[in-house]
Design a protein around this ligand. Structure first.
Ligand SMILES: Cc1cc2nc3c(=O)[nH]c(=O)nc-3n(C[C@H](O)[C@H](O)[C@H](O)COP(=O)(O)OP(=O)(O)OC[C@H]3O[C@@H](n4cnc5c(N)ncnc54)[C@H](O)[C@@H]3O)c2cc1C
Length: 494
């Protein structure tokens, strides 16, 4: 091969007028406006696996942003959005870029608004049990600061150290302790946002309100299309006095699902629940005798006041025992504790595999069919495909089914076609079985095709809201199933 690989090609020279960039530079200060290739490249993608496949082959998944701007305050963001509107310059909000659906990928050379300079806790109210935090604060630093003062947010995603608090709210995310503390939408009490016209929205934090539909919830999960969340106020919790983790071996998946459903419907609230299918169980229980006869691994963690947590554990163990489960060696629990914020995906991707994860929500009554159909569809893709699933966010009504699909190194065109087929089949099955296409990763641009069936007339409602707030379609266009900018790149062959 001669010459350098064609990584960004024609995108390099795309630039808005010097007047528009000059105006943005005056708002944030020249040091925080970046037009160099390295900065633009760094913000040209998030963790969408398809983006990793593209970069591995020296391609960009979307387009190169024409500039990266790093504002330092709510007021600067408001001024930037006014400037963007005046110059008709589209923008993409960027937290830490850990999203896995392409939500932060510029599809038409937008300016990236990198929010990481807004990185402080601004208030911790120990009487109300609330914290107010700027949107760009790193999740790991946020949790560490809370812990140092005796509190936890209870929101502990696997991506804790590589995501921002604003990104959690924007994507409607879930942490590993969601069965006890809820998802982020259960924690956000109030927020501050800049609307596409530069005006400020303040949703004052209160315990509950009956003042019309929840405006807060228009923004939680909005993935940047309705404006920029600059600050959130979250409910927080005292660090638990006691934590106990147990490892259980179960004879069948059905026994596992039934036990978890009964635990949640009995109003027990485990901090962590993890049930693994046979493939994922095997990878974690090799050599442990209890799993030879009962191959399905389940982990439960109860935390809180010691007497209560111990009692909840015993009650849950009774339920599990009624379904043939038995306590096993606690090695897998300690391994999970040690590795809970680690991802193994980069290692597989670096070795040329095509790995992706798909998380959906299903009712308990639908989960057996969902699992069986999706597993069969994945295994039919290729003789060497890896498919594994686990259930780690559970509710009285249903659970999140989290699946890993991994194809071996192969011809890229063939792999991309199989990868897309896996997504199409799994998302269609989810909808046909009454589930939701996403439990916590969100929509980004990659899931656009399934939003019409997911939301039906609700998608028109969101589009009208978008058109009203952002008539020129300048704020994260083409995301959340909404209209793309003319000439925008698509992440999927729709
Ligand atoms: C290894 C790995 C593990 C993961 N584990 C979990 C998990 O356990 N639970 C979970 O929920 N997710 C998980 N994710 C997905 C991801 O970390 C979350 O979606 C996270 O909330 C994204 O935060 P971010 O700051 O990185 O946002 P980004 O990726 O930067 O942005 C995501 C979207 O939100 C928008 N956005 C970001 N900040 C703002 C803001 N302040 N205002 C308006 N819009 C904004 C962006 O434009 C984009 O559309 C995981 C990802 C990886 C790579």
């Amino acid at each position: 091969m001669t010459g350098a690989p064609r990584l960004w090609g024609e995108d390099v020279d795309h630039a808005p007028s010097a007047t528009a960039l000059g105006a943005m530079g005056r708002i944030v200060g020249a040091a925080h406006l970046h037009t160099g290739l390295a900065d633009r490249l760094a913000c040209s993608r998030d963790r969408l696996p398809l983006a990793t496949f593209a970069v591995r082959s020296a391609r960009l998944p979307g387009t190169l942003p024409c500039a990266v701007v790093r504002p330092g305050s709510h007021e600067e963001i408001a001024a930037l959005l006014r400037c963007a509107r005046a110059h008709r310059l589209p923008i993409v909000p960027y937290g830490a870029g850990s999203g896995v659906l392409g939500g932060a990928i510029p599809l038409a050379h937008e300016v990236v608004l990198d929010l990481k300079r807004l990185n402080r806790i601004t208030d911790l109210n120990e009487i109300d049990g609330t914290v107010t935090v700027q949107c760009g604060m790193n999740g790991g630093k946020f949790e560490a600061e809370l812990n140092a003062r005796g509190w936890t947010s209870g929101h502990l995603p696997q991506s804790l150290h590589m995501s921002t608090v604003g990104g959690w709210a924007a994507c409607r995310g879930a942490g590993q302790a969601s069965s006890r503390y809820g998802k982020i939408e259960d924690m956000v009490l109030g927020l501050r946002a800049v609307l596409p016209d530069g005006n400020t929205l303040d949703v004052r934090p209160v315990a509950r309100r009956a003042a019309g539909p929840s405006v807060k919830d228009i923004f939680v999960g909005s993935e940047g299309v309705f404006g920029i969340i600059t600050e959130v106020t979250l409910r927080i919790w005292r660090l638990p006095e006691h934590t106990r983790g147990v490892v259980l071996a179960l004879p069948t998946l059905d026994a596992g699902w039934t036990a978890l459903r009964e635990i949640m419907q009995s109003e027990l609230r485990p901090a962590v629940v993890r049930l693994y299918d046979e493939v994922e169980s095997k990878a974690r229980t090799d050599g442990i005798a209890a799993f030879e006869a009962k191959p399905f691994l389940c982990m439960l963690v109860f935390s809180g006041m010691k007497r209560l947590a111990e009692l909840e554990t015993e009650l849950a163990l009774d339920i599990v025992a009624r379904h043939g489960g038995e306590p096993a060696d606690d090695g897998p629990y300690h391994h999970w504790v040690d590795s809970r914020y680690r991802s193994y995906s980069p290692q597989w991707q670096a070795r040329g595999h095509y790995m992706d994860t798909i998380e959906i929500t299903g009712a308990w009554s639908a989960l057996p069919a969902m699992y069986a159909q999706m597993r069969a569809a994945a295994l039919a893709l290729h003789p060497a495909v890896h498919f594994g699933a686990h259930w780690s966010h559970v509710y009285p009504e249903g659970a999140c089914q989290y699946m890993t699909v991994r194809l071996p190194p192969m011809d890229e065109a063939e792999a991309l076609a199989l990868h897309d087929r896996a997504w199409c089949e799994i998302q269609s099955m989810t909808l046909a079985l009454g589930g939701s296409v996403s439990h916590h990763h969100g929509v980004g641009a990659f899931r656009n095709a399934w939003l019409r069936t997911e939301l039906n007339a609700g998608l028109d409602l969101l589009q009208r809201l978008k058109d009203g707030l952002d008539p020129d379609n300048l704020v994260n266009p083409g995301k959340l199933g909404l209209r793309a900018a003319p000439g925008a790149r698509s992440l999927r062959p729709d």
